[in-house]
Ligand binder design. Sequence first.
Ligand SMILES: NC(=O)C1=CN([C@@H]2O[C@H](COP(=O)(O)OP(=O)(O)OC[C@H]3O[C@@H](n4cnc5c(N)ncnc54)[C@H](O)[C@@H]3O)[C@@H](O)[C@H]2O)C=CC1
Ligand SMILES: O=C(CO)COP(=O)(O)O
Length: 323
Amino acid sequence: MKAGVIGAGAWGTALAQLLAADGQEVRLWAREPDVVDAINRDHVNPLYLPGVPLSASIVSTDAMADMADREMLLVVSPAQHLRSVVAQAPAGVPLVLCSKGIEAGTSLLMSEVAAQAQPTSPIAVLSGPTFAAEVARGLPTAITLACADGDLAARIAQRIARPAFRPYLSDDVIGAEIGGAVKNVLAIACGVTEGAGLGLNARAALISRGFAEMTRFGLARGARVETLAGLSGLGDLVLTCSSTNSRNFSLGKGLGEGRPAAELLANRRTVAEGAFTAPVLRAAARAAGVEMPVTEAVCALLEDVAPLAQVIDALLARPLRPE
Ligand SMILES: NC(=O)C1=CN([C@@H]2O[C@H](COP(=O)(O)OP(=O)(O)OC[C@H]3O[C@@H](n4cnc5c(N)ncnc54)[C@H](O)[C@@H]3O)[C@@H](O)[C@H]2O)C=CC1
Ligand SMILES: O=C(CO)COP(=O)(O)O
């Protein structure tokens, strides 16, 4: 399948590098002319994936018309911009959605947004524990590829699989998306434990209780529990809650150190999706009658409505309950 990648941030660039590993041409759409030039001239993306020499088979463009002959398009924009970039994409081409989030204003998952923006395009979701820099370096990685159409999933899997990049197939598109969206919010909470020096017990508690939240929300939206317990859910939760290589964890660490959210979020070039997903997730959970106390706590910190100590105390003081 002739492949195109829409979005040349860290993850889009790493995925283009992966797809180009067998020498096939990969088209990479970037918004920034500087990024297009650097990739085509020097085979690097210093803005978003510095230090990684890129394959000469990657051809970058800022013209969406150059994607017209592609047989599959990986969409790797920030979640809040997915609707606008998908609307510009050629119609009818299979879309592999790689963004992690929930759309503000509509509470729609990315597959639902893409279905509205390009109603004739088949949709798959690629999501899992995948730090871009590690994938770009060829380090071993496994990921969930979810698609309702098993034949299409198999063809996409053949195209993206590499000796060190292993897709696992699923037909639970919603489940794969919910894991990726919710884990970003929980990673902020785990970062807070690091920044505030709350210890590793607290982080493990947040991962476990956060996973319970993810599961409750996912089941309410029709996800399957085994998807949530797989690579795109628990797998990505564990990765993103473990290190400052995660932008979401780092944001939480800053909050835990007492820095205001507005300062941490101002003038960011790279995206910390959890900051956008958290309020949308809270609203969707409340509307569905699903309790998500960790998500509520993250929102309180992002909105700066209560001091850190009070937010932590409130979480710990919740009524005792069965696990
Ligand atoms: N970086 C990673 O390791 C991974 C990222 N993802 C997901 O991939 C998505 C993209 O993230 P990254 O590649 O890390 O981005 P990034 O943080 O490296 O770069 C920001 C991206 O946002 C784009 N952008 C900024 N304003 C825009 C606008 N108005 N319209 C369209 N695009 C705009 C920039 O062109 C750039 O491509 C996110 O949803 C993220 O959660 C998923 C897996 C791994
Ligand atoms: O989604 C990711 C890894 O799977 C990247 O996480 P961050 O966006 O928090 O850096």
